[in-house]
Design a protein around this ligand. Structure first.
Ligand SMILES: [Cu+2]
Length: 236
C-alpha cells in the first residue's frame, strides 16, 4: 500500500516535471519566417464515395453527400493538418472560439484545428436532434444530445489531442477536432496549401496528419523573414 502511494507520487511529480519542461511558451516573435507549401495526393484520385443518408431525409438528404474521409481535389489533399511537432517557443497561443456547424447533417468544417484551451461552439441549425459524441482519450469525452430547439452549445477542450467526433443519431456524420499545444497549424483546403507564419528561425519537424492516410514528417529549416517551401505527398 505504502509503495503504491509513493509510486503514485513519483508518477505525479514526473508528470508535472515533464509538463513544465515541455510546455509551449508563447510570446512575441520578431523577424520570424514562414513555412508554406502544399499537400498532394500520390496516385490517381479515388472516386468520391456517396454516403447513404437513411434518416431524417427531408433535412439531411437535401443535398447529396460524399464520404469526407478522403477528399482529393485536382491532385490536392483536402482536410490534412500541417503542424510543427517540436516547437517550444513562438507566437502567442491564445485560446479561440471556433465553430463546428452541423448544417445539413454534416460537420462544417470537417476538420477543425484549434489551440488547447479553446472553446468549440457547436451549432445545430437543422431543426432536428443531433447527438455530439467525442471519442477523446486525453480530454474528457463528451456525449451530448442537441435537440432541435438548442441552436448552439459550447465545449471547452483543454489538452492537445486529435479527437474524432460523431453523431449518435446520424451514423454517417463524422468530424475531427485537431487540438494543438501551440498556434503553428494549418488545415488544407481544395488547393492543398498551408501556411505557418511567424516561426522563429530554427530547424523543425513539420508533420502532416490525415485521418485516412496517417502521418508524415519532414525537417524544415526556417530563416528570418524568409519562406521555406515544403511539399508533402501522401498516398495509400
Ligand atoms: Cu446528427
Amino acid at each position: 500500500m505504502k509503495k503504491a502511494v509513493s509510486l503514485a507520487f513519483v508518477a505525479a511529480f514526473t508528470g508535472l516535471w515533464l509538463s513544465q519542461v515541455w510546455a509551449y511558451e508563447g510570446g512575441s516573435v520578431k523577424d520570424g519566417g514562414t513555412i508554406s507549401g502544399a499537400v498532394k495526393f500520390k496516385g490517381s484520385a479515388p472516386a468520391p464515395k456517396k454516403l447513404d443518408i437513411n434518416k431524417d431525409k427531408e433535412v439531411c438528404a437535401k443535398t447529396p453527400k460524399n464520404d469526407p474521409s478522403l477528399i482529393v481535389s485536382g491532385g490536392n489533399l483536402v482536410n490534412a493538418v500541417v503542424s510543427i511537432t517540436d516547437i517550444k517557443k513562438g507566437k502567442k497561443a491564445d485560446p479561440q472560439k471556433v465553430t463546428l456547424d452541423q448544417k445539413g447533417c454534416e460537420y462544417h468544417p470537417h476538420v477543425v484545428a484549434l489551440v488547447a484551451g479553446s472553446s468549440v461552439e457547436i451549432l445545430n441549425p437543422d431543426g432536428i436532434l443531433h447527438n455530439v459524441h467525442s471519442y477523446s482519450k486525453v480530454n474528457s469525452a463528451f456525449n451530448v444530445a442537441q435537440p432541435k430547439f438548442k441552436k448552439a452549445m459550447t465545449q471547452k477542450i483543454d489538452k492537445p489531442e486529435i479527437i474524432s467526433v460523431k453523431c449518435d443519431v446520424h451514423g454517417w456524420m463524422s468530424g475531427w477536432l485537431f487540438v494543438a499545444e501551440h498556434p503553428y497549424f494549418s488545415v488544407t483546403d481544395k488547393s492543398g496549401s498551408f501556411k505557418l507564419t511567424d516561426v522563429p528561425p530554427g530547424t523543425y519537424t513539420v508533420e502532416v496528419w490525415h485521418e485516412t492516410l496517417g502521418k508524415q514528417t519532414q525537417k524544415v529549416t526556417v530563416k528570418s523573414k524568409e519562406e521555406a517551401k515544403v511539399t508533402f505527398e501522401m498516398g495509400k
